[in-house]
Design a protein around this ligand. Structure first.
Ligand code: GAR
Length: 207
């Protein structure tokens, strides 16, 4: 059975959306573990409440990124996952880590990449005066926030938007596109050619 490990740092609403979709849609996979780099991540309680294994690999306990990533990888490998899903995981990963999980590592980013990589994307979108903003699910490569794009969703920017209002509108779309992107990954439906990803449709299920 195909296993998914989800990495979080905070509330884990994207993780929750994936757990829901996986159960409701009967994916040929299950969320085997949720791992956080922060002991206080609210998402850990949700996962535990759903009978999902949880673990904390606290980055403050390691003196360098290489050591943290090695500990994280050791924990992840206990589950032999087919997909490693970054869901609000707020640590930059080393090339060795990215290489280890090449093709199996996916991220959700709160902007229409390649616009606004990095942090504080919603405020930066407001400051830039863009009329459309959104979210991007992409495969992770060493080029931070610039891996092959699996899915995107667009939202309008309103004149009276605050950062929080815009973030909420985008997050709602993340919860829609990210489970679909993760499902396509675990079902082996992604075909990657350079930066372009083609998502094959789900197999028709006969009645
Ligand atoms: C989401 O908006 C996600 O796109 C973003 O953090 C939020 C996490 O929310 N991720 C990044 O900014 C990655 N650099 P969640 O914990 O409720 O899923």
């Amino acid at each position: 059975e195909n296993k998914i490990v989800i990495l979080i740092s905070g509330q884990g609403s994207n993780m929750q959306a994936i757990v829901h979709a996986c159960e409701r849609e009967h994916w040929p996979a299950r969320v085997a573990a949720v791992v956080s780099n922060r002991p206080d991540a609210a998402g850990l309680a949700y996962a535990a409440g759903h009978g999902i294994a949880t673990a904390v690999v606290d980055h403050t306990a390691y003196s360098c990124r290489e050591d943290f990533d090695a500990a994280l990888a050791a924990r992840i490998d206990q589950y032999s996952p087919g997909a490693i899903v970054l869901a609000g995981f707020m640590r930059v990963l080393t090339p060795a880590f990215v290489q280890r999980y090449a093709g199996r590592l996916i991220n959700i980013h709160p902007s229409l990449l390649p616009a606004f990589p990095g942090l504080r994307t919603h405020q930066r979108a407001l400051d830039a005066g863009v009329k459309w903003h959104g979210a991007t699910a992409h495969l992770v490569t060493n080029d931070l926030d610039h891996g092959p794009i699996v899915a995107q969703a667009v939202v309008p920017v309103h004149d009276d938007d605050t950062e929080a209002m815009l973030a909420e509108r985008v997050l709602e779309q993340e919860h829609r596109i990210y489970p679909a992107a993760v499902r396509a990954l675990v079902e082996g439906r992604l075909q990657v050619r350079g930066l372009r990803v083609f998502v094959r449709p789900m197999q028709e299920v006969s009645a």
